[in-house]
Write a protein that binds this ligand. Structure first.
Ligand SMILES: NC(=O)c1ccc[n+]([C@@H]2O[C@H](COP(=O)([O-])OP(=O)(O)OC[C@H]3O[C@@H](n4cnc5c(N)ncnc54)[C@H](O)[C@@H]3O)[C@@H](O)[C@H]2O)c1
Length: 407
C-alpha cells in the first residue's frame, strides 16, 4: 500500500489528554520533513470545546462531532484519547474503515476486549499501537538490549511502586474515574489501570524475553482497597509470577499523603536496573554503574508508529496490542482474584475535607517501601492493620475477565 507523507491524522477527543495529543502531533508536524499532519478532529462536546475548535479550524483542521464523520474524511491514521470504554469500539470502527490506530492506554479494560481488537486488526490487515510512551522513549531499545544481552543476568525480581495522592475532584473530572464499568463494558479504572499503567507496562516489557515482547504472567496474588466512596479501588497491590520463575510486585495507591515514585526496579543475578522518568541506572554487583538518560515524550508514540508502519525503521519497539495485553492481564487477574475491600475509617485520615477531600492511609508510603524490600504484599508484611489477606488466581488458560468479585 502506498502511503502519502506526511501521514494525515485525525484526533478523536478534544478534552482532557486530547490537548497533549494535539500538541504532540503539531510538534511533529513542525519538524523538517514531517512524518505526520493533523488534519481532522472530532468530539461530540462541541460547545464545551468551542474555543479549541475555532483555533483548530483557523489552522485548517476539519472538526466534526462524531467518529463516523471523521472516518469519512481523507485521513490515514487516528489517535484515540477517549474514555477507556470507547477504545475497543472506536478502534474496531477505525480498522474497518482502513485507518491506522493509536489508542490511548490502557488498550482496553479487559483482555477479551484486547483480543477482539487484535482479531479486528488482523482481519483488516490494520495497524494498532497503544500510547505507552515509555516503550517509545529513545533509550528504551538500548536498555532492553542490555538486559537481553545478560547485563543483569537472569531477572529474579521486579518491583513497581508509586504513591500519588488524588483528591475527590480527580474522580469527579469525568464520568468514568473510579468506575468498574460503563454500561456493559468493564473499565476497572484504578491506579494500576490508569494513572500508573505506564510503569507496569514498562516493567513487564523490560522483563520480556524478546525485544518486542512483554513478560508473560503465570499467576497473580492481589489485595485491592478503596479508601473512599468509589466503586473501584484506589489502592492496588499485586504480585504476579512471571514465566521463567521471577516475580513482579506492583504497589500503587492514590490514598496517600505524599508523592513517591514511580519506582521501577529489575533485580537480576548480576545487578539491578533502577528506572525513573529521567534515567535508567544499571547498578552492577561489582560496584560499577551505568546511567542512560531518558526523556518521555507523548509525540514519540506517533513517530515510532509511523516509522514502523511505513517501513522506515522496523526494528524500533512499538507498544502493540500484544505488549499492552500483559498490563491489562495483571489488572484483570487482580480484580478476578479478590474482592475490593473498603478500608475501615479508623485507618484513614482526610486532608482538605471542606474543599476537596483527599483520604489517605498514614504511612502507607513506608509500608510500600518495606513491602518492596521484602517482596511481600501489605497484609503479609504485618505492617498494615488496614489490610486483608490476598486472593490468588492462576492465569494459565485465563482468557476472559469474568468480574466474579465486581458485582
Ligand atoms: N498516555 C498518557 O500519558 C495519558 C495521560 C492521561 C490520559 N490518558 C488516556 O487518555 C484517554 C482519555 O483520558 P481523559 O482523562 O482525557 O478522558 P476525558 O473523559 O477527560 O476526555 C476524553 C475526551 O473524549 C471525548 N469524548 C467522549 N465521548 C466521545 C465520543 N463518543 N466521540 C469522540 N470524543 C468523545 C470527551 O468529550 C473528552 O473531550 C484515557 O484512555 C486515558 O487513560 C493517557
Amino acid at each position: 500500500m502506498s502511503v502519502h507523507m506526511p501521514v494525515a491524522f485525525g484526533v478523536v477527543g478534544l478534552g482532557g489528554f486530547g490537548a497533549s495529543v494535539r500538541g504532540a502531533l503539531q510538534q511533529l508536524q513542525a519538524k523538517p520533513s514531517p512524518l505526520v499532519k493533523l488534519v481532522a478532529a472530532c468530539d461530540p462536546a462541541q460547545e464545551l470545546h468551542a474555543e479549541t475548535i475555532a483555533t483548530l479550524r483557523a489552522d485548517g483542521v476539519t472538526v466534526v462531532d462524531e467518529l463516523k464523520k471523521l472516518l469519512a474524511l481523507p485521513i490515514q491514521a487516528l489517535w484515540l484519547p477517549v474514555p477507556i470504554h470507547l477504545h475497543r469500539p472506536f478502534a474496531e470502527q477505525a480498522l474497518a474503515a482502513g485507518k491506522w490506530v493509536i489508542s490511548e492506554k490502557p488498550a482496553s479494560g479487559t483482555i477479551q476486549d484486547i483480543d477482539a481488537m487484535i482479531a479486528a486488526r488482523d482481519r483488516y490487515h490494520g495497524k494498532v499501537a497503544i500510547a505507552f510512551q515509555d516503550i517509545h522513549e529513545r533509550s528504551t531499545p538500548k536498555i532492553k538490549q542490555r538486559i537481553l544481552d545478560g547485563a543483569l543476568g537472569r531477572i529474579t525480581y521486579v518491583s513497581v511502586s508509586q504513591c500519588s495522592p488524588r483528591p475527590k475532584s480527580y474522580y469527579d473530572r469525568n464520568n468514568w474515574g473510579g468506575r468498574l464499568r460503563i454500561g456493559e463494558t468493564w473499565i476497572l479504572d484504578s491506579p494500576c489501570t490508569n494513572a500508573m499503567a505506564h510503569s507496569i507496562n514498562l516493567a513487564l516489557f523490560l522483563a520480556g524475553a524478546e525485544m518486542n515482547r512483554s513478560a508473560k504472567l503465570v499467576s497473580v496474588d492481589a489485595e485491592l482497597y478503596r479508601s473512599r466512596d468509589i466503586p473501584s479501588a484506589d489502592t492496588t497491590c499485586i504480585r504476579v509470577q512471571l514465566e521463567g520463575g521471577s516475580k513482579a510486585l506492583i504497589l500503587m495507591t492514590h490514598a496517600c499523603a505524599t508523592n513517591t515514585g514511580p519506582f521501577v526496579v529489575l533485580r537480576g543475578e548480576k545487578g539491578e536496573l533502577h528506572m525513573s522518568r529521567e534515567a535508567a541506572e544499571f547498578r552492577y554487583r561489582d560496584g560499577s554503574t551505568e546511567t542512560i538518560a531518558r526523556a518521555i515524550e507523548t509525540a514519540r508514540t506517533a513517530e515510532v508508529a509511523i516509522e514502523r508502519w511505513t517501513g522506515r525503521n522496523t526494528s524500533v519497539p512499538l507498544a502493540e496490542l500484544e505488549v499492552a495485553r500483559e498490563q491489562t492481564l495483571s489488572v484483570n487477574g487482580a480484580f478476578d482474584a479478590t474482592p475490593i475491600r473498603t478500608i475501615s475509617k479508623e485507618f484513614i485520615k482526610i486532608r482538605d475535607e471542606a474543599k476537596d477531600p483527599q483520604p489517605y492511609v498514614p504511612d502507607i508510603e513506608s509500608v510500600f517501601e518495606e513491602c518492596v524490600r521484602r517482596g511481600v504484599l501489605p497484609n503479609e508484611s504485618g505492617l498494615a492493620p488496614w489490610s486483608s489477606p490476598a486472593g490468588s488466581l492462576s492465569l494459565q488458560d485465563y482468557r476472559t475477565f469474568a468480574g466474579r468479585h465486581c458485582g
